[in-house]
Ligand binder design. Structure first.
Ligand SMILES: Nc1ncnc2c1ncn2[C@@H]1O[C@H](COP(=O)(O)OP(=O)(O)OP(=O)(O)O)[C@@H](O)[C@H]1O
Length: 331
């Protein structure tokens, strides 16, 4: 049996508040239905780290809320570690840890140490496990630097580190992360990524991560599930995703005069900034030499570089709908 199993998951929200509703609808109390998750299927094995990504409003947080038991699905099946999350909330809560980048689960007025002690009692964490975990948090998250400060006085980076410590205090075997590195500087981001990797490798914790930061995906995930408008559009290996789109290359040229446009098969203008032009091209259709030769008919080229696409460029292509030509992608 799969550790996490999601089958034809649907979540609809009914909203009475809509500026588009006319007087008739308001009088008859007609509600608008928004389908946030639209028939998603996936399964996840124990010990995986899966990136769950998609553009704004795609349905990521809604899925995570269903998996954690906060929301009840409209229809479909969800089983996490043998439990239906919304039916066995209490038992499920002892198996999972949750970190929402935008919210804290700590007590605002209390020092971090007191919050951790309270959680120890709530989750009935035995003393030796509590002490062992605090040591790990000292080592990797450096929580000792601020453990006696009230949560309201912490910087965002310190608060996030405290939230990670709190969410893992009871040794859950699944960790749900919703934008865990949002707004953090690169040093704290790296600390947190290192921590996620450590608890996955050393304790076998399964991690499901939503993020807009492709650095998180590259650093942590072998697999990503991409969703858009409530539907799954890609599920697979991050490396394969790169290879598939690897046939596209980026050509950046600095010209001696302003760019007047170019029409070439397989070539797309991505950006124009002053005299610098960024193009993407399909290397199976056109070679860089052909593009450069075409440009040299009209311009003097002062500088040029050819780049492999970065993962954020690939994800942008997927979000823009340029995924459909491959069988790897679901329509
Ligand atoms: N409680 C709610 N009531 C009504 N509509 C909702 C509710 N929660 C989410 N939605 C709608 O469902 C859709 C999916 O929202 P969701 O928060 O799951 O997206 P997301 O992929 O997490 O987006 P983001 O990256 O912006 O956080 C959006 O159109 C959102 O407005």
């Amino acid at each position: 049996m799969n550790f996490i199993e999601v089958k034809h998951l649907i979540k609809e929200f009914k909203s009475a508040q809509s500026s588009k509703r006319g007087i008739r609808d308001k009088l008859l109390n007609v509600q608008e239905t928004k389908r946030a998750v639209d028939g998603i299927d996936f399964s996840i094995q124990q010990g995986e780290i899966v990136g769950y990504i998609g553009p704004n409003g795609a349905g990521k947080s809604t899925t995570i809320k269903i998996l954690t038991g906060i929301l009840v699905p409209t229809s479909g099946e969800v089983i996490v570690n043998g439990l239906v999350p919304y039916k066995s909330r209490k038992q499920h809560a002892s198996n999972i840890g949750v970190v929402f980048g935008q919210r804290t689960q700590l007590w605002w007025e209390l020092p971090v140490a007191d919050s951790l002690n309270l959680l120890k009692h709530i989750y009935k964490v035995p003393d030796p496990i509590f002490r062992k975990n605090l040591e790990l948090y000292h080592d990797i998250l450096s929580i000792g630097e601020f453990i006696h400060k009230p949560v309201r006085q912490l910087s965002l980076g310190q608060r996030m580190r405290a939230d990670f410590a709190a969410s893992l205090l009871h040794n859950p075997n699944i960790l749900f992360l919703d934008e865990p590195t949002i707004g953090l500087d690169i040093v704290v981001k790296e600390k947190i990524r290192h921590f996620i990797k450590t608890i996955n490798e050393e304790r076998g914790v399964t991690v499901i991560l939503t993020t807009h930061d492709m650095g998180d995906i590259e650093r942590l995930c072998k697999r990503t599930i991409v969703i858009d408008k409530g539907k799954k559009i890609y599920d697979g290996n991050v490396q394969e995703m790169k290879t598939h789109f690897g046939k596209r290359r980026i050509l950046v040229m600095e010209l001696s005069e302003s760019f007047k446009g170019i029409e070439m098969n397989g070539v797309t203008l991505e950006q124009e900034e002053g005299l610098t032009v960024t193009l993407s091209f399909d290397k199976e259709l056109v070679s860089p030499a052909q593009i450069i030769a075409e440009f040299m008919k009209n311009y003097e080229i002062r500088d040029l570089t050819i780049q492999e696409p970065q993962i954020q460029d690939i994800v942008k292509l997927i979000y823009e709908g340029q995924y459909s030509e491959s069988p790897m992608f679901e329509k």
